[in-house]
Design a protein. Structure first.
Length: 171
């Protein structure tokens, strides 16, 4: 990166590269679990490990649809998508996020007011969708890690420090 403009473009790309990396690391870690462990849940989390992964992937697809992009195949959160299918979907979605970021100036998305959620109309919502996608992924990856830890299972490091060390530090 040679200019401030380049840095401004690279920062959101890094966030979505991290989003992909952390989700894939956690999926790969959970691929060693048996069906009972994948069905485990803990108080204060969204649901079972597998259902939470399905929710992360399904939500990303919904956010991307707001940008007019549909990723195939669409993951049905209530369906039986396997970890392998979810892994493939995360990888496909990652490329879509990067292409959206590259064209962000082309979007002018307004999310209508949502009185049941008490938020007003949000012009310029393309930025809101990016923020929400990153937050949402972090929130639910934390839920999965909470379930793992509460079951006495190993919890992988999927934080920003670990991403940077694994992906950005020269070896």
């Amino acid at each position: 990166m040679t200019s401030t403009g380049d840095a401004a473009i690279e920062a959101p790309r890094d966030l979505f590269r991290y989003h992909e990396w952390a989700t894939l690391q956690l999926i790969d870690h959970c691929a060693t679990l048996d069906e009972d462990q994948l069905s485990a849940t803990a108080a204060g989390t969204r649901g079972s490990i597998i259902d939470t992964f399905r929710h992360i992937v399904g939500a990303d697809q919904r956010y991307q649809r707001r940008f007019g992009v549909t990723v195939d195949p669409v993951v049905d959160e209530k369906g039986g998508a396997s970890l392998d299918a979810l892994r493939s979907a995360v990888s496909r979605q990652a490329g879509v996020w990067l292409s959206i970021i590259d064209r962000l100036q082309d979007f002018d998305i307004t999310i209508p007011a949502q009185p049941e959620n008490e938020w007003p109309v949000a012009p310029g919502s393309q930025d809101l969708l990016l923020v929400q996608a990153i937050h949402h992924g972090n929130d639910h990856r934390t839920h999965i890690c909470t379930i793992l830890g509460s079951a006495g299972l190993q919890v992988p490091d999927v934080d920003g420090w670990s991403y940077w060390a694994a992906e950005r530090v020269p070896r």
